[in-house]
Design a protein around this ligand. Sequence first.
Ligand SMILES: Cc1cc2nc3c(=O)[nH]c(=O)nc-3n(C[C@H](O)[C@H](O)[C@H](O)COP(=O)(O)OP(=O)(O)OC[C@H]3O[C@@H](n4cnc5c(N)ncnc54)[C@H](O)[C@@H]3O)c2cc1C
Length: 387
Amino acid sequence: MDFELGKEEESFRDEVRAFLDENLPEGVDKRDPAFMKGWLARVRAKRWVGYAWPEEFGGGGGTLMKQAILKQEMTSRTAPPLGTCLMGLQWVGPSIIKYGTEAQKQRFLPDILDSKYQWCTGFSEPGCGSDLAALQCKAVRDGDDYVVTGQKIWTTMGTFAEWMILLVRTSWDPEHKHDGITCLLVDMSSEGIEKRPINTMAGPAMFAEIFFNEVRVPVDQRLGDEGQGWQVTLSSLANERSGISEINSLVRRLQKTKDLAKKCLRNGSPASEDPFVRRRIARCDVIIEAMRLNGLRFLTAQLRGEPLSSETSINKLHRATLEVEFGELGLVLQGDASQYVKGSSEAIDRGFWQKVSLVWPETVIGGGTPNIQKNIIAERMLGLPKD
Ligand SMILES: Cc1cc2nc3c(=O)[nH]c(=O)nc-3n(C[C@H](O)[C@H](O)[C@H](O)COP(=O)(O)OP(=O)(O)OC[C@H]3O[C@@H](n4cnc5c(N)ncnc54)[C@H](O)[C@@H]3O)c2cc1C
């Protein structure tokens, strides 16, 4: 890969930096609703919300390289998100662009870009998360509606999202489990939907169980053809997937860990001088650098027009290792002080590490567990026998 940026890309990077200097002043409160409203309006006006979406649908029509630059510059300054309709921007919108009817495009895409409301994702069910193709929630055609009955679980934002992208079973063939799956766009205020929040050990409920009791969903809210749900949700709209922008936050976390090691004592000296601690921190540093280089390799492949699929499991696995390590090391370094939690005046870094240690399982499991990533790498990349 050529590590230098071309002239056009350099000037785009400078444009993003100048925008950040002007619109993200030092010390600004990013939780202030008035600031966020102005921020969202300004990034929308630049067409940086949905930057890679085609211009005809209100996106920026940006290239993969510029998309990577935009994301990197934003994360390096811990900027607020480019649009708050997160799932809408990540996969609902791209799926609608590829498979939606004209009416669906007009109805949903502008609202996603304008951050009008939230979408949630109804894929996982009790008993099928990793093996998603075994899903059971069923939809039966009745006139101009589908009637949906079944249950979903681990639905992020399920208690308050206004719309859901839902996978249902419309037919069952044990030999071809993927074929009988259909994708529906569901108004979450529909009659017959019951939402039960799930508390996590990290605090307030992020997730919900969603029950569908004969919920009627108009057929014109089906995305793609009946039985095409699997392909629909593997939307292949050109999207930068190298993951290099996440490196910035990992580097920050590593620095915070080093700072913690300097201020905590181990056998009477700063923990940062202990060979055992130094080895663990160095290992994290090496993994982050491996992820950065992998990311650049993935980006190069995408720029050459090569499709990305199983390779991204490598960095997902590295990320899981880091999450666990940061979560554990943060507590080990504090020794007995690790027992103080957020809110206690004795808590180091205001209880930040205690929170990290409770949250890491979410990042490790969400989007596919490490075991599943290992299976993907083994079977699809190394050509080992099937699990
Ligand atoms: C933060 C977070 C957000 C999420 N958000 C959503 C959401 O918005 N919508 C949604 O639909 N789902 C969501 N999920 C659910 C998530 O997709 C599933 O939790 C995940 O796919 C794992 O499925 P499962 O929980 O059913 O575990 P299981 O699939 O039952 O796995 C249990 C254990 O068995 C292992 N295992 C399973 N199969 C194999 C195998 N073949 N080989 C080896 N080991 C195996 C797994 O690695 C794991 O350790 C979210 C989860 C998290 C943590």
